[in-house]
Design a binder for this molecule. Structure first.
Ligand code: C5P
Length: 407
């Protein structure tokens, strides 16, 4: 998905430095991208360029005072703080940077900056000695620590006649830096359902048939998908993992419950990722009372569970499907078979380590390695942490998904 400033609300903060005149051009260029721009000036800035210039260019009143009753009645500092998707302070003087870093809120621009949860960026412009001064360095670090982006400065000839770092970045560079802040991710708005973890199939009220799946791979994939802008529903078997922020989690225990939770909500999902280690069989009749020990042989009759992934892939209008194949041998062959039999778009195969001299991968491990197969292609993701692996897998999946949906 391409990032853009179209329809973004940008509050352009202009501070009192000679580079303030460049902000007029910057304003025009921001408007050309389709952004809505409002301008706030510090009192120092008004000594270099008049509010009227920005008002004429932006078509909106320019805000300069914190304690102006008229301005506060129209669009006050809190409204401006809420309105902005991005506060871009360009140019930002050493003084304004110091004031922002120390949490001052005694003029309009600093008050808005402090009161806003929007994205924030500062484009410094000052004499190079001021820029390299220890206190400025510390202030910049403070702003960065608070999540503010620092754009520039560029190096070159300065208005004071000296040369060095401290020039305001050119408008096109500032605009592309701003645009990158809205890079919305490869899966922006795409709905993804992910199954994760094991299932427990009850034998009696205290016993079950389970497996060693920890859910870590599925949860890492959920996290990686969210980072790329996806809307994630996570159907989790019994695991002890924290819910990734911004995901919708449904907890289940048995394969039948997982099946139901998936089928009830699969409508409208764009992608289905089945990482869960679903039990293939369940006891036909779980006992309602605890089974007593006897000396006799004891057996449990099992019946197959529904194959959730296969069922989803066979829907009339199926989502893009990614299955997993955890194998202890002939990994690629079995995975290819599953890809075909279950009619999947992609399958991620991994060798589950099962002896001490093998590297720790797969079930219940922090690490994994995957071989990804699809009709006509394959990729290997080498052994690394599941969190890292999940990001690589999501990148690959997003590419395949977009290729498929555009053909
Ligand atoms: O056939 P097998 O169980 O090896 O296939 C593994 C893949 O199918 C995994 O993606 C797993 O999550 C999914 N699966 C499922 N429902 C089942 C069994 C497996 O969704 N009952």
């Amino acid at each position: 998905m391409k990032a853009s400033l179209h329809n973004k609300n940008i509050l352009l903060g202009v501070c009192g430095g000679i580079a303030a005149y460049k902000s007029a051009e910057l304003l025009r260029r921001l408007q050309d991208t389709g952004a809505n721009v409002r301008v706030v000036m510090t009192s120092g800035a008004t000594k270099f360029i008049t509010p009227l210039t920005f008002q004429a260019l932006s078509g909106h009143p320019v805000h300069t005072d914190l304690l102006d009753t008229e301005a506060e009645a129209a669009m006050g500092h809190i409204e401006l703080a809420r309105w902005a998707d991005l506060i871009l302070i360009a140019p930002a003087t050493a003084n304004s940077i110091a004031r922002l870093a120390s949490g001052r809120a005694d003029d309009l621009l600093t008050a808005i900056y402090l009161a806003s949860n929007s994205k924030k960026a500062v484009a410094p412009a000052m004499n190079h000695v001021m820029w390299t001064a220890e206190t400025t360095r510390e202030n910049i670090q403070k702003l960065q620590k608070n999540g503010t982006e620092i754009f520039g400065p560029a190096s070159g000839d300065q208005a004071c006649g000296e040369t060095g770092p401290g020039r305001l970045l050119e408008a096109d560079k500032l605009i592309s830096s701003c645009t990158q802040l809205f890079d919305t991710g490869e899966l922006q708005g795409i709905k993804i359902m992910i199954t994760a973890g094991p299932t427990y199939e009850p034998i009696d009220p205290v016993r079950f048939i389970g497996n060693r799946s920890s859910g870590k791979m599925g949860f890492a994939i959920a996290q990686a998908a969210i980072e790329q802008g996806a809307i994630v529903s996570l159907i989790a078997g019994p695991v002890s993992l924290n819910t990734p922020e911004h995901s919708k989690r449904t907890d289940v225990e048995t394969a039948l419950q997982m099946h139901q939770a998936v089928m009830n909500n699969i409508d409208g999902q764009d992608i289905f990722i089945a990482t869960a280690a679903v039990a293939d069989y369940r006891p036909i009749k779980p006992r309602s009372q605890k089974i007593k020990k006897t000396d006799d042989e004891f057996s449990i009759s099992l019946t197959p569970n529904p194959d959730i992934l296969k069922e989803v892939a066979a829907l009339d209008n199926p989502p893009f499907t990614l299955g997993f194949a955890a194998e202890t041998q002939n990994v690629k062959d079995y995975a290819l078979l599953k890809l075909k039999n279950k009619k999947l778009q992609m399958i991620a195969a991994n060798q589950v380590s099962h002896s001490e001299d093998e590297q720790d991968t797969g079930f219940n491990s922090e690490y994994n390695a995957l071989q990804i197969l699809w009709n006509g292609g394959e990729a290997r993701l080498e052994r690394c942490r599941k969190t890292q692996l999940a990001r690589q897998l999501i990148t690959l999946l997003a590419k395949r998904y977009h290729e498929k949906t555009t053909t």
